[in-house]
Design a protein around this ligand. Structure first.
Ligand code: GLN
Ligand code: ZN
Length: 761
């Protein structure tokens, strides 16, 4: 048997995105939106028809966590009067009645879920309508449905408790959740429900804050009791975990009345330790073997061997083939890709192709290679050839890169920070509370049109470059006019902070239609790192030099760091992430060297996604920190003592990683603070942080213009935690998503505020 945990819902051509955005803009009706959704579901089920089940309720207008919260009536008080799609989208996107719920990353993926708000004043009531409708829709089309539902423990663990005792709230939520299961059980004689409980991979109790705080809930007996009652409701319950192993929980779950257990054997390879226990139980194993997170063609031969080794322990008739996690995290299909080199394309497998792999693997496993269908045998042969070619291809193996990585000894800067900073201050001559920005300035519609036109060949190189130069000129003139200390060129030539570099590096390819949902209707098209990474030529030098030529002030050069490039790409799986990252680090090092030799004296290496790569299990953190840190240092080690290295990170919570941040040894780090207050900054004082820091003094995520007074208050507060010699003053992130009408007065006020505070000192 075979099944999947979920399928991408955005549509082959992002139909759902388009329909949603037009609905929000008031350009299409609710019934038109619903009909697009219905068509998509039917198409996606059709694609799954060879599997034993099709996934129902993996579809969502915005997010599955939100769907479940909404189905349980977990609506914040400010939206209580709203109902239907209006209430639903209010939680996701805000409404005149109040601000949206927060959004945050779904485990260690790039998908963001809407954080439910729970409060003791709420009462929860289950509503099965939407699930019922989708279930009946699938049945009417002749499919065998399996309902995907987020588990109660994951839902609760990911929610924010606004007020009240966690235990009391849990108990209310639980009743509504169990009511929902009662309603689901009525849908059919035996409904199959797959409960996703990724929170279980965080281990049981232990280090994790969620568990410490909610230890009353995450307890052996509570888990047993709830899954036992769910199992007694007459449904076939499968509990599935992914993104890591969940060995501590597997044991508990096997002692409940559930029907099956789903495990990720890729990211959670240690799950094999549970096989003996599973064999002894009566549970069906949903074995996650096809990668739901990455986009490489499966090596069917080796998958088959893994399966056989599993089947040597767990009886074959109790094994269902599955993906390691929902296919939500990979693009729809590769039919429309015409620009990727055809051999490289043959190594790639998106969601649709993965369904095919699953089908063939199932045939080979059940019937043996000799008994499988002719088509499956043929598929296997070609799959073997593809994988063999990939292993030995010159496209993935660049000898010079390999040799350089192993010969590289330049891993730290040669002069210590204490000495460097003196030299830098002397040569660069910036004042205390130096003002700067994070790099980008507003990306106007004209700018986007210019870049797109050039990409499509509709605009000549010359007029494209002139357009970019004009923009840079305006940026420089504006910054000089308001009196910022350290200037930037504004990043007008960049569509995206990773794509821009990936496009100029060897070892990367870009799909035309490989969109993956990031949140709501927003999709990203991650670069694909297929081979060894090399930098054939300078990537940013000309633009920075041009900008520098316009001013006598210091111009800061902007780069994206190796860890962020890695964490926002689909990364080859035939080399460790650490090794790939090291190759990128050396490419960035070359760029830094070119910049400093070209007269650029401050270089910012953005590591927006450094924290995103942290492993889910505490025991794996050290290893990640070690290589990620080392890669950042390899990229910056080439900087001479008088070249000042900045970095930027898009977070405010540094407590757990402050030592690692310090060890990155960037001369200056700018971070987000504006939204979270200064509380979090205290950690810099506590650990005696010595390097320079630019905590954002205003929030760029909102169109609001901060007043001079407000920024003064913020700077004074910063001065209570850090001395003026260590402080930089800047907004809390890049300004590309803002409008000039917002940016101009905001930055003017920022500079005014600094002048006022400097006067007081
Ligand atoms: N330099 C980038 C910018 O200003 C940094 C953005 C980020 O870290 N998210 O847009
Ligand atoms: Zn940022």
């Amino acid at each position: 048997m075979s099944s999947i945990i979920g399928f991408p819902r955005i549509g082959q051509n992002r139909e759902l995105k388009k329909a949603l955005e037009s609905f929000w803009a008031g350009k299409c009706s609710q019934s038109e939106l619903e009909s697009v959704a219905k068509d998509l579901r039917a198409k996606h089920w059709e694609a799954q028809k060879h599997l034993d089940f099709v996934c129902v309720n993996d579809f969502s207008y915005y997010d599955n966590v939100l769907d479940l919260a909404y189905a349980l009536g977990a609506k914040p008080a400010r939206f209580r009067e709203l109902s239907g799609l209006e209430g639903y989208f209010a939680m996701a996107r805000g409404h005149t009645k109040g601000v949206a719920c927060e959004m945050t990353k779904w485990f260690n993926t790039n998908y963001h879920y809407v954080v439910p708000e729970l409060s003791e004043n709420d009462s929860y009531v289950a509503n099965v309508d939407s699930i019922r409708a989708q279930y009946n829709e699938a049945k009417a089309l002749g499919f065998k449905p399996k309902i995907s539902l987020i588990g109660l423990f994951t839902l609760f663990g990911l929610s924010k408790i606004v007020s009240g005792e966690p235990q009391a709230i849990f108990s209310k939520l639980k009743s509504a959740y169990l009511d929902l299961i009662d309603e689901i059980a009525k849908l059919d004689s035996e409904v199959v429900v797959e409960f996703s409980e990724p929170i279980f991979v965080r281990g049981f109790g232990g280090e994790n804050a969620v568990f410490k705080e909610l230890s009353c809930v995450y307890e052996r007996d509570v888990i047993t009791c709830i899954y036992d009652s769910i199992a007694k409701k007459g449904i076939k319950a499968i509990v599935t975990t992914f993104f890591e192993h969940s060995n501590e929980l597997t044991e508990i779950l096997l002692n409940t009345g559930i029907y099956g257990i789903g495990l990720d054997f890729l990211a959670g390879s240690k799950n094999t330790q549970a096989l003996e226990l599973i064999a002894k139980s009566d549970k069906v194993l949903f074995a996650g073997l096809i990668d739901g997170r990455n986009i490489w063609v499966a090596d069917l031969d080796s998958k088959l061997k893994t399966l056989e080794s599993i089947a040597a322990i767990v009886p074959k008739n109790r094994i269902v083939l599955s993906t390691s996690c929902s296919l939500l995290h990979v693009p729809f299909g590769k039919d429309d890709e015409s620009k990727i080199d055809s051999q490289i394309l043959s190594w790639i497998s998106f969601a649709k192709e993965k369904l095919e792999e699953l089908r063939v693997l199932e045939d080979l496993f059940q019937n043996g290679v000799s008994g499988a269908s002719g088509a499956s045998k043929e598929f296997l042969e070609s799959n073997k050839a593809i994988n063999a070619a990939r292993r030995t291809s010159e496209k993935t193996n660049n000898k010079a890169v390999r040799e350089r990585v192993s010969a590289n000894t330049l891993k730290v800067r040669d002069v210590a920070f204490k000495e460097r900073i003196k030299i830098q201050r002397r040569e660069l001559g910036y004042p205390d509370l130096a003002t700067t920005t994070i790099g980008s300035f507003p990306q106007t519609p004209e700018l986007r049109a210019l870049r797109l036109g050039f990409k499509k060949g509709e605009i000549t190189k010359e007029s494209y470059e002139n357009g970019i130069k004009e923009y840079i000129k305006d940026c420089v003139a504006f910054q000089e006019e308001i009196g910022l200390d350290i200037l930037v060129h504004g990043e007008p030539e960049r569509n995206d902070m990773v794509e821009y570099f990936g496009e100029q590096l060897e070892g990367f390819v870009f799909s035309q239609n490989g969109w993956v949902q990031s949140y709501g209707s927003r999709c990203v098209k991650p670069p694909i790192i297929f081979g060894d990474v090399a930098r054939p030529r300078a990537m940013t030098l000309e633009w920075i030099q041009y900008a520098q030529s316009l001013t006598s002030k210091v111009m800061k050069g902007m780069l994206t760091g190796p860890v962020t490039i890695l964490n926002w790409s689909f990364v080859r799986d035939d080399l460790s992430r650490a090794q790939v990252c090291e190759q990128i680090a050396l490419a960035i090092a070359d760029e830094i060297d070119d910049l400093q030799n070209g007269g650029v004296r401050i270089i910012q290496v953005d590591e927006a996604a450094f924290k995103e790569g942290y492993p889910l299990r505490a025991e794996n953190i050290k290893e990640y920190e070690q290589w990620a840190l080392e890669c950042f240092k390899i990229s910056t080690a080439v900087a001479r003592a008088n070249t000042q290295i900045h970095t930027h990170m898009c977070y405010s919570e540094f407590n757990d990683i402050i030592k690692t941040i310090e060890a990155m040894d960037a001369d200056v780090i700018s971070i987000e603070t504006a939204r979270s207050g200064n509380e979090l900054l205290k950690v810099f004082k506590q650990v005696g942080y010595t390097h320079e820091v630019g905590p954002g003094v205003y929030d760029i995520h909102s169109p609001r213009i901060p007043s001079v007074e407000e920024i003064i208050t913020q700077i004074r507060a910063l001065l209570e935690v850090l001395p003026k010699e260590q402080l930089w003053i800047n907004p809390d992130c890049g300004l590309k998503t803002r409008k000039w009408e917002e940016v101009k007065p905001s930055l003017k006020n920022m500079v005014e505020a600094v002048k006022a505070v400097r006067g007081e000192l």
